[in-house]
Write a protein that binds this ligand. Structure first.
Ligand code: HEC
Ligand code: HEC
Length: 402
C-alpha cells in the first residue's frame, strides 16, 4: 500500500474531526493508526514499519525470505523456493529475533493478560503474554533495539512531527498541546494503532468456515470430516486448547482458548545459529513474563489462533516447522505408537528434545487417537477453511483438500 495514499486518507478524515461526532472520530483514529502502521519512519533507519513484519498481504505475518548467505529479499511467497523467515530481521537489516512473528489477524480477540476461572494464566499479547493489551504491545517494537530501534519516545515523536498530516491528526484527535507531553503523545500513537488492529480489516470472519456456518458455503466431505474430527472429544484433542467457546461450531470462534501450554517444541537450531543466541540459550516462554516467577510456567506459550494458519508458515513460537503437515505429525509424537511417529519428516531425524522438558501438557497431548493419514488430510482441509477470503488464492496447493 502506498504510504502517500494512506496519509491522504488520514488528512481527509482528520479534517472532519475538529467538528466530529463519535463515528467520525473513530474513523479518524483508525486512519491515523493505518498511517502509523505502514510508516517506516517509526524505525531508526527508516527501513521498517509494523507492516514489514506483519504484512497484510499475508495475514499480517513476516514472509520476507531469507536466502542463502543471509541475504535479504522479498522473493518469498507461495510459489517461490525461498522459505519465509522463522524470525524477523530488525530495522538495522542484520539483527534477528528469536521468535516467529505471529499473525495479528484476530489478535483483537485475545483477552488481556490475567487468570481464568481455573486460576490458569490466559491472554496477553506476545507468545509469553507480557503485553497486557494491544495498546501496550504496540509500544514495544519502535523502542526494541532489534526491531525498529528508536532510542526513546521523544525521538519517535519528533519523527511524527516531521509530518504535517500527523501534526494535524494528532492535534485534532487528542488536543492542540498533545506533543508537549511525550508520554501522552506516545500513548495517543498506541491508541491509534490499537484502534486499527480492532477493525474488520484484521478480523473479517469471512473464511469458508464462517461462510459454512452462515449457510453460504457447502463443505466437501473431507472438510466436513475435518470439522468433526477437530471438535470431537473422542478422536482428537485439538479442542482442549484450540477452542474458545463452550459450544463447538460457534460463530466467531478464534481457535485458541488463550491458555498457556508447553507442547514440547524443540529448539530451532538453524535460527539460533543466525541470531547468535548460542546453543545453551533457552526461551522460557511464560516464565519470561515479568509478572510470572512460578517455575511451573516454564516453557509454556500462549495457544495460537488457527485462523489463517495455512498461509502463515513457519510454525510454532520459534518457527521450527515449515509445513503445516509436520505440525500434525508432531502431535502424533504423543499419540501414535511406533517408531515412525518419532521422526520429523523435515529433518529425517527424531523430533529433538523439547526446549524445556518440564511442564509438558502430557495429559492433553496424549488424549485422543493417533492421527492417520486420512485424519491428517481432513484436519489440514479444515485448517485451510480458516483462511480469510482475501487470502484464499494464497493457499498452498500441495496440501489443499483433495
Ligand atoms: C522486526 C519485526 C517486527 C516489527 C517491526 C513489529 N513486530 Fe510485532 N511482532 C514481531 C514478533 C517477532 C512478535 C512476537 C514476539 C514475542 O512473542 O516475543 C510480534 C508480536 C506482535 C503482536 C502480538 C501478537 C500475539 O499473538 O500475541 C502484535 C499485536 C504486534 N506484534 C503488533 C505490532 C505492531 C503494531 C508493530 C508496529 C508498531 C509491530 N508489531 C512491529 C515482529 C515485529
Ligand atoms: C495442550 C494444548 C494443545 C493441544 C491439545 C493442541 N494444541 Fe496446537 N498448539 C498449542 C500450543 C501451546 C501451540 C504453540 C506451541 C509453541 O509454539 O511452543 C500450538 C501450536 C499449533 C499450531 C501452529 C500454529 C502456529 O501459528 O505456529 C497448529 C497448526 C496447531 N497447534 C494445531 C493443532 C491441532 C490441529 C491440534 C489437534 C490435533 C492441536 N493443535 C492440539 C496447544 C495445543
Amino acid at each position: 500500500m502506498k504510504h502517500s495514499l494512506v496519509l491522504a486518507a488520514l488528512l481527509a478524515s482528520a479534517s472532519s474531526v475538529y467538528a466530529a461526532d463519535d463515528s467520525q472520530r473513530q474513523t479518524a483514529l483508525e486512519d491515523l493508526g493505518r498511517a502509523l502502521f505502514f510508516d517506516v519512519n517509526l524505525s531508526l533507519d527508516r527501513t521498517q514499519s509494523c507492516a514489514t513484519c506483519h504484512d497484510p498481504a499475508r495475514a499480517f505475518t513476516d514472509w520476507r525470505a531469507v536466502v542463502a548467505g543471509g541475504d535479504y529479499g522479498r522473493s518469498g511467497g507461495p510459489s517461490s523456493e525461498a522459505s519465509p523467515a522463522a524470525a524477523s530481521m530488525g530495522g538495522d537489516m542484520k539483527s534477528y529475533g528469536d521468535r516467529n512473528a505471529p499473525t495479528i489477524s484476530y489478535a483483537a480477540a485475545i483477552p488481556p493478560f490475567g487468570r481464568n476461572a481455573e486460576n490458569d494464566f490466559v491472554g496477553g499479547l506476545f507468545w509469553d503474554g507480557r503485553a497486557y493489551t494491544l495498546e501496550a504491545q504496540a509500544g514495544g517494537p519502535p523502542l526494541n533495539p532489534i526491531e525498529m530501534a528508536m532510542p526513546d519516545k521523544a525521538t519517535v515523536l519528533s519523527r511524527l512531527q516531521e509530518n504535517a498530516n500527523y501534526q494535524y491528526a494528532f492535534k485534532g484527535l487528542f488536543g492542540a498541546d498533545i506533543f508537549s507531553d511525550a508520554d501522552h503523545a506516545y500513548d495517543a500513537m498506541l491508541q491509534s494503532i490499537a484502534a486499527l488492529e480492532r477493525t474488520e480489516f484484521f478480523s473479517p470472519y469471512d473464511s469458508k468456515y464462517d461462510r459454512y456456518l452462515r449457510g453460504d458455503y457447502k463443505p466437501t466431505e473431507q472438510e466436513l470430516l475435518g470439522i468433526t474430527l477437530f471438535f470431537s472429544n473422542q478422536f482428537t484433542n485439538c479442542n482442549k486448547c484450540h477452542q474458545l467457546q463452550q459450544l463447538p461450531e460457534a460463530q466467531a470462534e478464534t481457535f485458541s482458548n488463550y491458555t498457556y501450554h508447553n507442547i514440547g517444541v524443540p529448539v530451532n537450531a538453524a535460527l539460533r545459529a543466525i541470531n547468535g543466541k548460542g546453543s545453551d540459550f533457552i526461551d522460557h516462554g511464560l516464565l519470561e513474563h515479568p509478572a510470572v516467577d512460578d517455575v511451573a510456567q516454564d516453557g509454556k506459550f500462549r495457544v495460537p489462533t488457527l485462523r489463517n494458519v495455512a498461509i502463515t508458515a513457519p510454525y510454532m513460537h520459534n518457527g521450527v516447522f515449515n509445513d503445516l503437515r509436520t505440525v500434525m505429525q508432531f502431535y502424533n509424537k504423543y499419540l501414535a505408537k511406533g517408531s515412525k511417529a518419532q521422526i520429523n519428516p523435515e529433518t529425517g531425524k527424531d523430533w529433538g528434545t523439547p526446549e524445556v522438558a518440564a511442564n509438558i501438557s502430557n495429559e492433553e497431548l496424549e488424549a485422543g487417537r493417533a492421527l492417520d493419514a486420512r485424519s491428517i488430510d481432513a484436519l489440514l482441509a479444515f485448517m485451510h477453511m480458516l483462511t480469510d477470503k482475501r487470502y484464499e488464492p494464497l493457499l498452498p496447493a500441495a496440501d489443499s483438500a483433495q
